[in-house]
Design a protein around this ligand. Structure first.
Ligand code: A2P
Length: 326
């Protein structure tokens, strides 16, 4: 049996990745519907060799369709307005924006980490921020075995995280999307600044990590940085564990962790980089070493394709998890 799937924001960077990954993973699609703004209505996009019309996102174009899953990536305002409309018609929304992530009635899910939270959704499931997704996939095995006391995130994030206009800024040397020229530069400013001196991206990582790992008191801090890389976010993660560990045991954990690829052989200069992760759905972990400055500290280097595992693939894996549980 197949499912009817809508892609909302189908003309965008994540939207087009939804379309690619649905085909690549052989997601059981009966009917596919594409939605975008009025600007794109009337265009066609390919799905399995067929031309599919892009429709304007409005209730009249939704209400008579039988849609099982609506994959959203059309910005927070669009999600705020339209996710409840799809949900009203009993369609399950998987939303890639930040609009619903911290709503206590909406589960925030990474299938390798907290698949159990899917069960309490009421029509909307939130896909976490790209930098949070790859981090928690790497942190889950540590949390299970040792418990986590504190996390320090430092990120090196690709321009594609900012959508089509972010990619254009790196291609053209423009500052349409970013506050400074990103070419040959590193910008410690992702999303808006808040009153406490952090950026919203940094606070998203803090809050979303706590929600996904079910630990509201977890100590987390973050510095998030844009780098001139097209695809793939890299992260330095410093973790203080609750219990003592042997470094060999941590290597062994990552040898068997779900959807994790261990790339750590420093003698042969093996460690993950953004180019290694591009086009892949796994999370790559390397540079594992003890942090000698604290008790039970460990440093990790974690890399993933921000548009795939960080966005489209994680959302589609959520839908696959729902289908499997039926
Ligand atoms: P459009 O191409 O018609 O503007 P990205 O993040 O890569 O820039 O993509 C944003 C996506 O969200 C695009 O598909 C864009 O459609 C869509 N979008 C933006 N605003 C709206 C809106 N008000 N209603 C529906 N889709 C929207």
């Amino acid at each position: 049996m197949g499912y009817n799937v809508a892609v909302v924001g189908a003309t965008g960077l994540v939207g087009s990745k939804f379309i690619e990954v649905l085909q690549e993973r052989n997601f059981p699609v009966d009917e596919i519907y594409f939605f975008a703004s009025a600007r794109s209505a009337g265009k066609t996009l390919k799905f399995k060799d067929k031309d599919v019309l892009v429709e304007e996102l409005k209730e009249d174009n939704i209400k008579n369709k039988k849609i099982d899953f609506a994959l959203f990536s059309a910005g927070g305002d669009t999600s705020k307005e339209y996710a409840p409309i799809f949900a009203k018609y009993n369609m399950t929304v998987i939303d890639n924006s930040s609009a619903w992530r911290m709503d206590p009635t909406v589960p925030l899910v990474v299938p390798e980490v907290n698949p159990e939270d899917i069960s309490w959704h009421k029509g909307i499931i939130a896909n976490p921020n790209c930098s949070t997704i790859q981090a928690v996939v790497a942190l889950k095995p540590l949390k299970e075995k040792y418990g986590i006391k504190r996390i320090i995130y430092s990120t090196y994030q690709a321009v594609s995280g900012a959508g089509v206009s972010g990619v254009a800024d790196l291609q053209n040397g423009t500052t349409e999307k970013f506050p400074r020229n990103i070419t040959n530069n590193v910008i410690p400013h992702i999303d808006v600044f808040l009153d406490n001196g952090y950026t919203k991206e940094e606070i998203k990582m803090v809050n979303e990590t706590r929600k996904i790992l079910h630990d509201d008191d977890l100590k987390v801090t973050a510095t998030t940085v844009r780098v001139p890389v097209y695809f793939g976010h890299s992260e330095s993660i410093n973790v203080e564990l609750n219990n003592a560990f042997e470094i060999e045991d941590i290597f062994n954990l990552y040898k068997t962790a779900e959807n994790v690829v261990l790339m750590d052989d420093i003698e042969n200069a093996v460690f993950p980089t953004a180019l290694d992760a591009a086009g892949k759905d796994e999370v790559f972990v390397g540079r594992i070493r003890r942090d000698f400055s604290v008790d039970n500290g460990v440093n990790l280097w974690v890399v993933a394709d921000n548009i795939r595992k960080g966005a489209a693939s994680n959302a589609i894996q959520i839908a696959e998890t729902i289908i499997k549980s039926k």
